[in-house]
Design a binder for this molecule. Structure first.
Ligand code: SAM
Length: 317
């Protein structure tokens, strides 16, 4: 479907839960969030109906996210049913990877095409500090399990934080030398109630190019990532610059939260509920929301936080 600004919208991100087994400092409050009443959240049948409505409007790529999608009960079945929708070209998951040792094989068999695995450090002590709860080994085992299960072109999402993981930029880039991974550095966004953006250490993706000058531009983009490669490397490096480079003109996505709110723009507070609606009503609401997707996001910096109105775990990154 084409929105009123001429952009083709073919990508839906569905958050299937607000809950997570980690508490990343820039994403979620330390105490976690209150588990909400089932009644308030989309039922699996509603999520599938929404996915069908979206595909009937021209969405051909769906990403399952959260919270942590792999803590959602019935996640494999949900993926299988969404993956079976006629017209869907790609089904992906964004996960912290810590439960992939258990789920990678089943997800592959259920028709999931690709995985993005979030990993902000290769240092076990720092991993614990950033995630407050997690073990680096679980995430690394999860990446291995995904490779063993046959997932190709796995993407590693690394949020850049000055003074926290900028000293590991070269180590992350070096992961691409022998492995067919795409390491994607992402600029930290000023989003979420508890985030002190300045203290969290925003640095731009330019830092990656400054620290690893051997990186060569591939003159290609993959979604919103500009691609680079080390000479002779098997994998590649993606730079995602939501702050230093606004990419609204190329935005092709909408989001659906776990409580059934369509978010046509990540950084806008505008939300439209599809909870409790019939499949036909869902389709109409979605059609309207896509057509009216905001043209641009608002300014984003330390003085201008996102107007998203929710923490990332309640939107789905
Ligand atoms: N639990 C899953 C995971 O860890 O990938 C999926 C949900 S998480 C909200 C999705 C992605 O959003 C992660 O890669 C996370 O690093 C990113 N994220 C969360 N808050 C962010 C922020 N303030 N700026 C940039 N990326 C953020």
């Amino acid at each position: 479907m084409i929105d009123q600004h001429g952009r083709t919208i073919n990508y839906l991100r569905i958050s299937v839960t607000e809950l997570c087994n980690l508490r990343c400092r820039y994403c979620m409050p330390e105490e976690g969030i209150a588990k909400r009443d089932h009644e308030e959240m989309l039922r699996a049948e509603e999520t599938i109906a929404a996915a069908r409505a979206a595909v009937s409007l021209g969405i051909d790529k769906i990403r399952i996210t959260g919270g942590e999608p792999l803590v959602k009960r019935g996640i494999v079945k949900l993926c299988r049913e969404i993956g079976e929708i006629d017209g869907l070209r790609e089904l992906c998951i964004t996960t912290n990877g810590t439960l992939l040792s258990r789920f990678a094989g089943e997800l592959k068999a259920a028709g999931v095409n690709r995985l993005n695995i979030s990993l902000d450090t290769l240092n076990p002590r720092k991993y614990r500090e950033i995630t407050r709860l997690g073990s680096l080994q679980d995430a690394l085992d999860g990446i291995e399990a995904a490779i063993t299960a046959g997932f190709e072109q796995i993407k590693i999402n690394t949020v850049l934080m000055g003074g926290v993981n900028d000293d590991e930029i070269a180590d992350f880039v070096n992961l691409t030398k022998d492995r067919p991974l795409e390491v994607r550095f992402i600029e930290l966004m000023p989003i979420g109630g508890g985030l002190d953006f300045e203290k969290a250490g925003f640095i731009s993706c330019q830092e990656v190019l400054d620290r690893v000058p051997e990186l060569e531009s591939m003159e290609e983009v993959d979604g919103v990532a500009n691609l680079y490669r080390l000479p002779g490397a098997r994998g590649r490096v993606g730079l995602i610059r939501p702050i230093s480079c606004e990419f609204c003109d190329d935005c092709n996505k909408i989001r659906l939260t776990a409580d059934g709110m369509l978010k046509p723009c990540l950084h806008s507070g505008e939300e439209i509920s599809i909870k409790g609606k019939s499949p036909q009503q869902m389709r109409e609401i979605m059609q309207h929301a896509i057509y009216n997707k905001p043209q641009r996001r608002t300014a984003l910096d330390a003085d201008n936080p996102s107007e998203a109105g929710r923490d990332m775990n309640r939107i789905g990154g």
